[in-house]
Design a protein around this ligand. Sequence first.
Ligand code: BES
Ligand code: MN
Ligand code: ZN
Length: 487
Amino acid sequence: MKYQVSQQSAAEVQAACIVVTIDQSGKLSDAAKLIDEASNGFLTQRFEEGDIKGKSGETLLLPAVSGIAAKRVLLVGTGKEAPKATSAIKILNAIANATLKREGEVALAISELASDELPESWWAEQAAIAFTGNSYKFTETKPQPEDAPKQADSVSWIGSDVSAALLKGAAIGEGMNFAKELGNMPPNICTPTWLAEQAIALTADSSLETTILDQEKLAEMGAGAFYSVAKGSSEPGKIIVMQYKGAENADEAPHMVLGKGITFDTGGISLKPGAKMDEMKYDMCGAASVFGTVKALLALKPKINVLAMVTSAENMPAGNASKPGDVVTSLSGKTIEILNTDAEGRLVLCDALTYGIDNYKPASVVDIATLTGACMAALGNVNSGLFTQDEDMAEQLQSAAAYSQDKVWRLPLEDDYQELLDSNFADMANIGGPLAGATTAACFLSRFTEGTPWAHLDIAGTAWNGGAAKGATGRPVALLVNYLLNK
Ligand code: BES
Ligand code: MN
Ligand code: ZN
């Protein structure tokens, strides 16, 4: 989809649809007033007749309004007071939903919603994300969905020159759609090998270099934690390394992002119950968010170096699968007693952390993982869990989350919790018992990041939707892109 800025007036723009706003007291925006005047008070009448109440996110589509160049007018409610970020995003999604069904140009005359807190560039960026996001539909294994994918040809922003914000929003939206596509793909297609192929396909862009480490090579290198998970599947595990080099100095230390890519998590010998087990195909959504972030970086070409890594395997019960009680040696040399084979995410992550940090000396590290049911229980599907002992990292991720509304909530990672991982037979156990499950998982990872600024995002609750909207959300691509662009 194309995004552009237009200086035309709301009454004169020749679009398939012009979008203007009304609040709950019936007050029309200045752009809406132009249309109202050109049409002998048609919009005012709609409010007076009760066709629209002006509630936040309410929409009324009006075809063929006389005196107006656009084919249709979409009147959108903005509520009682100037919209805050959460309702702003709901309003933009309502606009995208109501206007995307038809071909042609959608013109947005909504710049008056901007405020000191939410400037016009923020609205434009979020609008581009909403339009791009709403035009996504999974069709790979359902080529004839009941409702066809929606697509307008172009979206015009009537107002100041916010073209950079529109580009950024479109890139984030496309990155999120890519992450959704990978997350939604069935696990018989989306295997570690298939993910590696996605990474290779992205190297069509010369600012990206990809290296694939396969399972046998990793075992030889001593990545016994990764191997303990990967070996139980006939789909070979991979660690995927994508180097985006945008900085003027190619040797500048990169910022590392690492995604958990378990393409299916049965739990292994500590088998999960059967109900909803299909959802464990989403256990690669951390990896998907890394892919989506790379896609956005390639579109935006920021002058930074990013080390984007994915650690991918299938967690299966098998004759040669790891057993509770097994002790393995990680790439760092630390030994791990596997008490529960369903705590596999931390096992594939810890060796990838060691590999990335030792070989590329990153300036900072963020890992992203659907790591614990405990985090989902604590935060639901609103906030991702943020764990770090580094105050700068916390501040950077929290401010990127607030700006993008791809929210995080900081949970504790104090040394006091570390003893829950004590083992009589190894340097640590891979689980910490029933208490503080999201924190003990983060404590485990912290032992492989010492000396490097590091943060962990647990996206178990935010990476997908259940119910009717079942599917991947594309989170936290918006957060990661904003975080990296601020570097
Ligand atoms: N992939 C799961 C976590 C998960 C659960 C993500 C539900 C999304 C929805 C992870 O590998 C796992 O199984 N974690 C265990 C850890 C436990 C054995 C310490 C969990 O959360 O139950
Ligand atoms: Mn598991
Ligand atoms: Zn898992």
